[in-house]
Write a protein that binds this ligand. Structure first.
Ligand code: ATP
Ligand code: MG
Length: 572
C-alpha cells in the first residue's frame, strides 16, 4: 500500500473540503437546483435539456458528435427541439404513453440521444441495448420487459424476432429507404415533419425512467429499474466527482447500453448544463486521442480496460497528439490497477480517479475526489450522503482492514427501484436490515479508504489464505510483457484452490515457458509467495463484457469444462 502517493492538484474544485461536507451533508440539500419545487412533479428530460434551452445556456453546445464519417454539433436549444420532434413521433405513430417500455437498439448517433430524451419526455421507461447484441440477447430483454416500441437501424432490425414478442407493437427504423408495414415504421420520415412543440409528461419522482440490464459478468443480466428521483444524485455526483464546471468539455467513452453511458454519458453532464462529447465507432488509440485533441476535452471518464489498451499501444501514439486540454480523468467498471495510474500520471500529467458503483446503485458511491489524496489501488471514500461498511456474512460490521462484504446504508437517491419481474432477486440484496449488500468483496483501512478485492464469488482461498484476484492481476500487469490478466481459483485437492492466471501478452512477446517462470517469480517477489500463480495460460485475449469487464466466470467455466452460462453480453 502506498500512502499519499498522489496528492491533489491545486485548483478550484466543486468540492473542496470532503471531511467537512461528509459530516453535514443531507441529500435534501442537493434538490434545490430543480424546478419541481414549484410544480411538485418532475421530468428528468426537462431538467437536463429544456431548462437550459430556456436560460442563458440556450446557445451553449450540449452535444459534439464525432464519428469517422459524421461530425455534428447541437446546442441545448437544438436538443430541446429535436427531442420534442422525436417525442412526437413516438407518441403519434408509436402510441407511447407514460410507463411504456421503449427500447433503443442502435449505434451511438445523434438520433439515439434525441429518441432517448424524447421518450423520457413522454414518461416512458427507456431500455438501451448495445448494438452488438445478437437475436437471443435482444429477445430476452424485450420479452422480460414487455417492450412496446423499439427504435433501431436497417443493419440491426433482423435481430429483433418480432413474431415471438406479442407486446411489441412498433419497430421504428432510423435509415434511408425504409420499407414500412403495419409494424415497421420509417422513423426519419415522421421525424422530419414532426412538430417542435411537445407537452412534457410530468411524473412523480418514483416513476420509472430507465431499465438497464446489468453487464452479465457474474450471471444472467437482471433488469434494473431506475426512477426520476435518481437525477438528484446524477446531478450532484457530476458536480462533486466529475467536477464539471461551466467551461468544461466532457467526454464519457461508455455506450448507453451500459449504465455509465446513461448516468454519466447523458444525465449527469446535461443536468449540469455541460458540453458533452459523444464519439461513435470502435475503440482505436488514434481516434480516441484525436477526439480529445479535436474538442479540447477537459474532463474524461473511461474504464480500466481502455486505459490498459492505450497503455499497451505505447507512448509513440500518445506523443502524436496534443492532450494538454485534459484536466481531470476518471475510471469505472473494474478495479483500476496502480500501474495504470502511474502510467496516466506520466503521459497525461494527471491522476486517474477511480470511482466505484454498479448498475443497481444508479450513480457513483465510493470515489477518489479531486480534493483527496489518492492511494494507488484504492477506490476512494464514500461520497457525502453515503454510508459504506464492510459486513461479515451474518451482517455484523467488521473493523478496519478485514475483508468482507461491501455494503451501503439503504436510501441514497439513485438506488434501484426494483429488479424487473424479479422481486426475489431484488430482496436478495437486502438481507441484512438497512444494508444494501453489493456482492463485492473489500476492506476499509484506518483512514476510511475502501479497497476492492474482487467479486465475493471470485475471492480465492488458497492454502488457508484469502487472495483477491485484483491484487494478483495488478501485479501481473506491472510485468512489461503482460497486457492484461484474469485470475481465478482452480480447485486443488491439497490447497483448496490454486491461483491460475490467464494472460494476454503485449504484441511482440513470445509465449514461452521461461516467460511463464519469470512472471511467476515477479509476483512471488513483488507480492507474496502464496499469491503467485501456480498455473499460467497465455491467450490471445481475455473474455470480456461489452463494457470491458474481464469475465472470470467464463475463464473458470473453460478451466473446469463447465457450461459457460449466459454469454449475451460477451464481446465478439
Ligand atoms: P452482473 O451484475 O450482471 O454480473 P456486473 O456486476 O459486471 O454484471 P455492472 O453493474 O456493470 O455489472 O458492474 C458493477 C460491478 O463492476 C461492481 O459490482 C464491481 O464488481 C465492478 N466495479 C465497478 N466499478 C469498480 C471499481 N471502481 N473498482 C472495482 N470494481 C468495480
Ligand atoms: Mg453486478
Amino acid at each position: 500500500m502506498e500512502l499519499k502517493a498522489f496528492p491533489p492538484v491545486k485548483g478550484k474544485h466543486n468540492l473542496e473540503n470532503y471531511e467537512d461536507l461528509y459530516q453535514h451533508f443531507k441529500w435534501d440539500q442537493a434538490e434545490k437546483e430543480f424546478s419541481w419545487h414549484q410544480t411538485g412533479k418532475v421530468n428528468l428530460a426537462y431538467e437536463a435539456i429544456d431548462r437550459h434551452a430556456e436560460n442563458y445556456r440556450a446557445n451553449k453546445v450540449a452535444l459534439h458528435y464525432f464519428h469517422p464519417s459524421r461530425k455534428e454539433t447541437y446546442t441545448f436549444k437544438d436538443l430541446k427541439k429535436l427531442s420534442n420532434k422525436a417525442g412526437n413521433v413516438l407518441k403519434k405513430v408509436g402510441n407511447v404513453k407514460k410507463g411504456d417500455r421503449v427500447f433503443i437498439f442502435m449505434p451511438r448517433s445523434p438520433e439515439l440521444y434525441f429518441a432517448l430524451i424524447g421518450a423520457i419526455k413522454l414518461g416512458a421507461i427507456v431500455g438501451p441495448l448495445f448494438e452488438a447484441f445478437m437475436e437471443d440477447a435482444v429477445k430476452d430483454r424485450l420479452h422480460d420487459s414487455e417492450a412496446k416500441v423499439i427504435i433501431t437501424t436497417p443493419e440491426l432490425v433482423n435481430r429483433i424476432p418480432h413474431t415471438e414478442l406479442p407486446a411489441l407493437e412498433t419497430i421504428f427504423i432510423v435509415g434511408e429507404d425504409v420499407q414500412e408495414d403495419d409494424k415497421t415504421k420509417d422513423f426519419l420520415q415522421y421525424f422530419r415533419s414532426a412538430s417542435i412543440e411537445l407537452d412534457i409528461e410530468w411524473v412523480d419522482r418514483k416513476d420509472g425512467l430507465i431499465l438497464h440490464y446489468t453487464s452479465g459478468s457474474t450471471g444472467k443480466p437482471k433488469g434494473v429499474l431506475h426512477v426520476h428521483n435518481a437525477m438528484i444524485q446524477h446531478y450532484q455526483t457530476a458536480k462533486w466527482v466529475l467536477d464539471l464546471q461551466e467551461d468544461d468539455v466532457y467526454w464519457c467513452t461508455a455506450d448507453p447500453g451500459w449504465v455509465t453511458g446513461t448516468s454519466y454519458g447523458i444525465f449527469g453532464p446535461w443536468l449540469t448544463g455541460s458540453t458533452n462529447v459523444v464519439a461513435g465507432g470502435r475503440f482505436s488509440p488514434d481516434i480516441w486521442y484525436k477526439t480529445i485533441e479535436t474538442f479540447g476535452v477537459t474532463v474524461w471518464y473511461s474504464a480500466p480496460t481502455s486505459f490498459r489498451m492505450l497503455m499497451a499501444a505505447g507512448d509513440t501514439v500518445t506523443e502524436k497528439y496534443t492532450l494538454s486540454s485534459l484536466r481531470h480523468i476518471l475510471s469505472v467498471g473494474e478495479p483500476l490497477n496502480p500501474e495504470v495510474i502511474r502510467w496516466g500520471h506520466e503521459v497525461f500529467g494527471h491522476r486517474i480517479h477511480d470511482t466505484w458503483w454498479m448498475t443497481e446503485t444508479g450513480a457513483q458511491l465510493i470515489c477518489n475526489l479531486p480534493c483527496m489524496d489518492i492511494k494507488l489501488g484504492s477506490m476512494g471514500k464514500p461520497l457525502p450522503g453515503i454510508e459504506a461498511v464492510i459486513l461479515d456474512d451474518n451482517g455484523n460490521i467488521l473493523p478496519p482492514n478485514q475483508m468482507g462484504n461491501l455494503a451501503i446504508k439503504k436510501g441514497w437517491p439513485s438506488m434501484m427501484h426494483t429488479i424487473w419481474n424479479n422481486q426475489e432477486k431484488f430482496n436478495s440484496y437486502f438481507q441484512h436490515d438497512e444494508w444494501y449488500v453489493s456482492g463485492d468483496s473489500a476492506y476499509m483501512d484506518e483512514e476510511g479508504y475502501f479497497w476492492f478485492q474482487g467479486r465475493v464469488d471470485d475471492v480465492i482461498m488458497t492454502a488457508g489464505e484469502r487472495v483477491g484476484p485484483f491484487e494478483v492481476e495488478s501485479k501481473l500487469i506491472e510485468f512489461p510483457a503482460v497486457a492484461e490478466a484474469g485470475v481465478i481459483g482452480k480447485p486443488d485437492p491439497i490447497r483448496g484452490e490454486i491461483i491460475k492466471a490467464f494472460i494476454a501478452l503485449v504484441d511482440g512477446y513470445k509465449e514461452t515457458d521461461e516467460l511463464k517462470e519469470e512472471i511467476r517469480i515477479f509476483v512471488k517477489t513483488g507480492l507474496a509467495a502464496h499469491a503467485a500463480p501456480r498455473e499460467i495460460e497465455f491467450c490471445e485475449k481475455l473474455p470480456k463484457t461489452r463494457s470491458g469487464k474481464i469475465m472470470r466466470r467464463v475463464l473458470k467455466a473453460w478451466e473446469l469444462g463447465l457450461p459457460t452460462g449466459d454469454l449475451s453480453t460477451m464481446e465478439d
